[in-house]
Design a protein around this ligand. Structure first.
Ligand SMILES: Nc1ncnc2c1ncn2[C@@H]1O[C@H](COP(=O)(O)OP(=O)(O)OP(=O)(O)O)[C@@H](O)[C@H]1O
Length: 887
């Protein structure tokens, strides 16, 4: 599911009156609504889900459908709206995306058949499902390439001093993965930013602002003892400690998730993998501000096109994309894990023709994890069993490709892929191949899922049913001849079953025939039956009923066999891994992406590194200029100056992105790289305010600077842009200076510090590990050409006025600023320059006219060489801007 817009949790607005005086049908509605008061109740009525009272008013508004009334409650019309059952998934998706929860109430009792005693009161209904953002399994409601997490947070029952220990548990119910972590309360935002859950079960006071709209209402954390027994019971172990060393808070958060999932699936517990404990010390630390500044899997505006993920994604399947997103969101600090991934994709890239063989195979492989998710929640379709069969066949094909290539020297990850895929579910594959028909219906109710020859009983009932149909056709022909009515037909009628139908004209002639019993007549038609037809009708119905019941029974058995097969979740995961690794090999194939050398020391060397997202955005027309970045322990602080627009932010970000890619085990867009593992990465690039939390741009900047200074260490990488920009020049310079000193002399982090305070460059005399760098520019006739190249040295000026001109600031203001700047520089900012005021700001003259006048005023005979050049330059500019050929 796409991330939800940041808004307050939507409320069901309107009035729900007391249930007193309700009709029996409405009393049923009130009873069900009381079970899930925070959800919109989809109340099944025939082919529609209907909503009443406040639910109807809220849903009609949210879905933009018409609001009407149905019946009265205590003399007042009942507001009502409805959606057709067939179109419900689309409406559900819209409501869920807007943050609503929906309780679906179905009829749990069959309507009486004709001839049966009449129904007493309304048909029984029950809530069969609570649809919430974090508990989706339906294909239509999920985004194929993105995980959909439900996350629970727990803190100790008793208040503790300082930052409380927290436990988190999260689950992707669509694939059954279940993980937990222990951390301290002040890391909640970091964890939420990393996992980006669709729904959160927690005390709202624990959840910081950007995520508060995702908190589910009315949540109660279970007590520790209850939580322990629920977890143990769910995973079928005597004690939960058998599965891992979980903290009390992790256990309570885990049990809360299980309770909520059970509630949302109306008591049926889907297949959930055993909980896996995540140790945060094995993950590269990325705080929320760093993630926000780097557009890793989602850009700041919520889109996904210009992100790191999109720029490196060469996956062939949605399952691969989900795994790649997880690798990027949580890069590792474990050298062996990183090197294991690198070795695996390098091996694939090095086998001639392997990428080309694997890609179509991976592309065709179905999304088994999601199919299993649906099957285990009872929403499986025939095609989900087919997906299982197809993936098992694809696993055999993958094994056949890898087998001849795997040797002792093959990287362990590839060998574990091979071993994990080899013959793991042969018996199930055999069963599914025999059981499933060649062409499958959309739903099991439609019949035809099970192949002929799989089950003798099913074949017999189908034979009876189909034979009877042939018998019917022969009977129709015989009756047409016997009664001498060529147009006589035997048809199926919803209430009457099989009947003989003739026109009213012929019917009148047949009325007295003793073999025929009259059933129904209209102005145009007459319907009869015979004893023989009644008998056949019963036999057909019975055979069809039996065939359908047998098929459902067989389907359920196949589903149970599939869901309980222990190897399938792992097979799904291995396919996703194979896909990501093959994608990496593809990326590295062209030679412009490298496999970085990873070390345990504090080296840092990038050769000809690029920003993958900016490079992709520039397209083929403009070449991206690669840059080196060297931060060895002896020179680990880079002080970067240079004009605006010269490429400083791009350079800072590309360095941070290279670390993320490298530690995710992925290729890096550089010629060569050597990176000593980074434990925490801090990136502060691009101004941001946080008006929602009442913090100004400067306040945000200082809070983030404080976070860096408190958390960064010698193994961290810090890339910061323009610290101290949002206050007075002298305050800003002082803050930047002190921060730089702390990073250089106390914390010892590898640092790139970009600034417009050129004064800081002189600090290289007193800070031995600091080297000034600058963005190269070429000056020509007072103009500047950005070369996007990082060089040793320091900038002389910032060219801010020039960039203002490029941005379209009116010419008189630019000219005025140029003169003020010159005066300020002369005076070193000691006093306000006394220049005559420029009066034409209100109606700035058209620039080409300005230039033209200036040119006309020139006397060509008395031009000095410099003035002649200036005139030429002005001419060129004029020609460009008026698109005239003035030569
Ligand atoms: N290495 C590069 N090669 C080619 N184009 C680049 C490169 N770096 C940056 N650019 C181009 O220059 C534009 C400006 O870059 P960037 O935002 O990094 O500049 P900046 O120096 O940080 O500017 P400011 O100080 O105003 O924020 C980018 O959007 C991109 O189009």
């Amino acid at each position: 599911m796409a991330s939800f817009p940041l808004m307050t949790t939507p409320e069901i607005t309107g009035i729900i009156p007391s249930s007193e005086g309700a009709t029996p049908a409405m009393a049923q509605w009130f009873a069900l609504k009381a079970q899930e008061p925070d959800a919109l109740l989809f109340f099944r009525m025939g082919d529609f889900y209907e909503l009443f009272f406040a639910d109807a008013e809220t849903a009609a508004m949210a879905l933009d459908i018409s609001l009407t009334t149905r019946g009265k409650h205590n003399e007042t019309p009942i507001p009502m709206c409805g959606v057709p059952v067939a179109a419900a998934p689309a409406y559900l998706a819209r409501l869920i995306r807007r943050g609503f929860r929906v309780a679906v109430a179905e009829q749990t009792e069959q309507a009486r058949k004709p001839g049966e005693p009449p129904q007493k009161g309304p048909l029984a209904r029950a809530i069969v499902r609570l649809v919430t953002p974090g508990t989706l399994t339906e294909e239509e409601l999920l985004e194929a390439g993105r995980q959909n997490l439900l996350l629970a947070l727990a803190t100790p029952a008793k208040k503790t001093r300082g930052s409380a220990p927290c436990g988190a548990a999260w689950i992707d119910i669509s694939t059954g993965s279940f993980e937990t972590a222990a951390f301290s309360q002040n890391q909640v935002e970091e964890l939420l930013a990393r996992l980006d859950p669709s729904e959160i079960l927690a005390d709202p006071a624990l959840v910081p602002d950007p995520f508060s709209a995702r908190v589910a209402p009315s949540i109660t954390l279970p007590g520790l003892e209850t939580a322990r027994s629920r977890m143990a019971e769910a995973f079928d172990v005597a004690q939960i400690s058998i599965l891992g060393d979980f903290t009390d808070e992790e256990i309570r958060a885990g049990a809360l998730i299980l309770d909520y999932v059970r509630r949302s699936q109306a008591g049926t517990m889907p297949r959930i993998a055993r909980p896996l404990r995540r140790d945060d010390s094995e993950t590269l630390g990325l705080d929320p501000a760093t993630r926000a500044s780097l557009d890793l899997v989602q850009a700041r505006d919520g889109t996904t096109t210009h992100t790191l993920l999109a720029s490196v994604d060469r996956c062939a399947s949605a399952a691969g994309q989900r795994l790649l997103a997880q690798w990027i969101a949580a890069p590792s600090t474990e050298l062996t894990l990183i090197q294991g991934r690198q070795a695996a994709w390098r091996w694939i890239a090095g086998q001639p023709g392997l990428i080309e063989t694997l890609t179509p195979l991976l592309k065709k492989a179905p999304d088994l994890a999601r199919a299993l998710g649906r099957l285990s929640t009872g929403r499986g379709l025939p095609r989900d069993l087919a997906a299982t069969r197809d993936l098992l066949q694809a696993a055999d094909a993958l094994v056949a490709v890898l087998e001849p290539l795997c040797t002792e020297s093959t990287p362990p990850l590839i060998r574990s892929l091979f071993a994990g895929l080899y013959g793991r579910a042969d018996a199930l594959l055999d069963t599914l191949e025999k059981a499933l028909a060649e062409s499958l219906p959309a739903r099991i109710e439609d019949g035809g899922t099970i192949a002929t020859g799989f089950d003798a009983d099913l074949d017999r009932y189908r034979g009876l049913r189909d034979d009877s149909k042939r018998t019917l056709a022969a009977m129709q022909q015989r009756y047409a001849e016997q009664f001498n009515v060529a147009t006589l037909k035997i048809k199926h009628h919803a209430q009457l079953g099989y009947i003989i139908e003739t026109s009213a004209l012929h019917g009148a002639k047949l009325r007295d025939r003793p073999e025929l019993s009259f059933r129904q007549g209209t102005a145009n038609l007459v319907r009869f039956t015979t004893d023989e037809l009644l008998e056949l009708d019963r036999a057909i119905l019975e055979a069809a009923d039996r065939a359908s019941a047998t098929e459902r029974r067989l389907f359920a058995a196949l589903v149970a066999q599939t869901v309980s097969h222990p190897a399938l979740p792992e097979l799904a995961a291995l396919f996703a891994t194979a896909d990501v690794l093959t994608g990496c090999a593809k990326l590295a194939q062209g030679g412009s992406w490298c496999s970085p050398e990873m070390t345990q020391d504090q080296e840092f060397e990038l050769k000809s590194c690029r920003h993958p997202v900016v490079e992709a955005a520039l397209g083929r027309a403009t070449r991206f200029i690669p840059n080196d970045c060297s931060l060895p322990p002896s020179q680990r602080v880079m002080l970067l100056t240079g004009p605006n627009m010269a490429g400083k932010s791009t350079f800072l970000r590309q360095t941070a992105l290279a670390v993320i890619l490298a530690q995710a085990g992925l290729p890096v867009p550089a010629e060569k790289a050597r990176i000593g593992i980074v434990d925490r990465l801090f990136s502060r690039v691009g101004a941001a305010d946080d008006l929602a939390r009442g913090r100004s741009t400067f306040m945000v900047e200082m809070t983030e600077t404080a976070a860096i200074l408190r958390q960064a260490g010698p193994r961290s990488l810090v890339v910061v842009d323009e610290i101290g920009r949002g206050t007075s020049t002298l305050d800003g310079l002082a803050i930047a200076w002190a921060t730089l000193e702390a990073l250089h002399s106390q914390l010892g982090s590898r640092t790139i510090f970009a600034t417009h305070f050129h004064e800081l460059c002189s600090l290289s005399d007193s800070m031995p590990r600091l080297t000034p760098y600058t963005m190269a520019v070429r000056e020509w006739q007072g103009d500047v050409v950005f070369q996007h190249e990082v060089r040793k040295g320091s900038a002389r000026k910032s060219w801010g006025v020039h960039v203002a001109q490029l941005a379209g600031v009116p010419m008189p203001v630019v000219q005025r600023a140029t003169r003020l700047l010159a005066a300020l520089e002369r005076d070193q900012g000691k006093s306000v320059p006394q220049l005559p005021l420029f009066e034409t700001i209100a109606s700035p003259p058209d620039e080409p006219d300005c230039l033209r006048e200036a040119l006309e005023a020139l006397d060509p005979d008395s031009l000095s060489p410099k003035a002649a050049l200036e005139a030429l330059y002005a001419l060129r500019k004029l020609a460009l801007e008026t698109k005239n050929d003035l030569t």
